[in-house]
Design a protein around this ligand. Structure first.
Ligand SMILES: NC(=O)c1ccc[n+]([C@@H]2O[C@H](COP(=O)([O-])OP(=O)(O)OC[C@H]3O[C@@H](n4cnc5c(N)ncnc54)[C@H](OP(=O)(O)O)[C@@H]3O)[C@@H](O)[C@H]2O)c1
Length: 327
């Protein structure tokens, strides 16, 4: 499938490399707001075309799919341009600012006979599948603690008085939507939609969360998600049940999965070694859904993204975190 990309941050380069490794995509075109940057990216990865006009790129018969890695707040308007021109869209996480945008975009994708996906790398990996298959070994779940806390170099700029996009409400930023979504996708994928959601954020001067604790209440257990862009954590993830505990080295990528039996105290490693370019798994899976027109799998991913976005929206509502696109 011929691919175009939007945005020239490091993540775009990572996706292009993973897309190539997957054998599923040919990079044909890149977009940047600046001709020099577009040209440079096109040269680096041998893309035949570069654009500085999104509409023009969306109309190009040279591409069938686009990967969008721009600031969160512009995902929606950019995705619509491609969907309306019948291009499949793989949009970086968090897919959009709110569920109203998501519902509208899915509708437009359907009307145009194309697919719309959220690019969320950890849920496509072999280790996530293994975790899902083995989870029953924990018995009745009682607690899950899923941290994803990484001090951002952009926080240094924030402390110097700047407003990097990821700490800006105008660009739909904040710790929960930026990093919290990784453990949140795991939680929703493994445990389903919680009965109740409560978010305790640390709010920055820009009105978004620099860090926070998200409590997801399920029938007989509680899942705690810790996210931060203003502090680091060395904590692993744990999923505790009456029969045993799963310890994951990280929420994304899920590098190691250890199971410790509560009764025998014996431990076992279930994880496999994964590609360093771990976005390759999402490239293979998403291209597979498109190629085989796998509606069942598509609906599963739509539902997953909707549930996650509903949770982050509720968490923001509780704390009056309002994005620029909503004002
Ligand atoms: N999956 C992952 O592991 C991962 C990792 C990092 C980021 N992400 C996601 O990828 C997206 C981009 O993140 P980032 O940190 O690269 O963001 P960013 O640096 O703020 O912007 C990314 C690119 O978007 C373009 N851009 C910047 N400001 C813009 C504006 N006002 N309007 C339109 N385009 C603009 C720029 O490209 P041009 O100047 O060339 O147009 C820039 O290189 C986010 O949604 C983020 O959550 C995902």
């Amino acid at each position: 499938m011929n691919l175009g990309t939007v945005g020239t941050g490091w993540i775009t380069a990572s996706f292009i490399e993973a897309a190539k490794l997957s054998g599923k995509f040919n990079l044909k075109a890149v977009y940047s707001r600046t001709a020099d940057k577009a040209k440079e990216l096109a040269n680096t990865y041998n893309a035949a075309h570069y654009f500085t006009d999104l509409e023009e790129m969306a109309k190009s018969p040279e591409i069938q799919a686009v990967y969008i890695a721009s600031p969160n707040s512009v995902h929606f308007e950019q995705a619509l341009i491609f969907l309306r021109n019948k291009k499949h869209v793989i949009c970086e996480k968090p897919i959009f600012s709110n569920t109203a945008e998501l519902t509208a975009a899915y509708q437009i994708a359907e009307e145009n006979g194309v697919y719309l996906f959220e690019a969320i790398r950890n849920i496509h990996t072999p280790n996530f599948q293994i975790l899902k298959e083995k989870l029953h070994m924990a018995g009745n779940l009682r607690s899950a603690i899923l941290p994803y806390m990484k001090y951002s170099s952009r926080y240094d700029l924030f402390l110097q008085g700047e407003e990097p996009n990821i700490f800006s409400s105008s660009f739909s930023g904040g710790a929960l939507v930026d990093l919290g979504v990784y453990p949140l996708f795991l939680a929703v994928g493994l445990f389903g939609e919680p009965n109740k959601v409560t978010y305790y954020p640390v709010i920055l001067r820009t009105g978004v969360d620099g860090s926070g604790t998200l409590i997801l209440e399920y029938q007989d257990f509680v899942c705690t998600i810790l996210c931060s862009k203003i502090s680091d954590s060395e904590l692993p993830c744990e999923i505790q049940g009456e029969q045993g505990t799963f310890v994951l080295e990280d929420a994304a990528p899920i590098s190691q999965i250890k199971f410790i039996d509560s009764h025998t105290k014996e431990s076992e490693i279930f994880s496999v070694s994964q590609e360093d370019k771990d976005m390759v798994y999402e490239c293979i899976n998403l291209a597979g859904i498109i190629e085989t027109n796998n509606q069942e799998e598509y609906e599963k991913h739509k539902d997953w993204s909707e549930k996650v976005l509903r949770i982050t929206e509720e968490a923001r509502r509780q704390n009056s975190i309002v994005f620029g696109v909503e004002r």
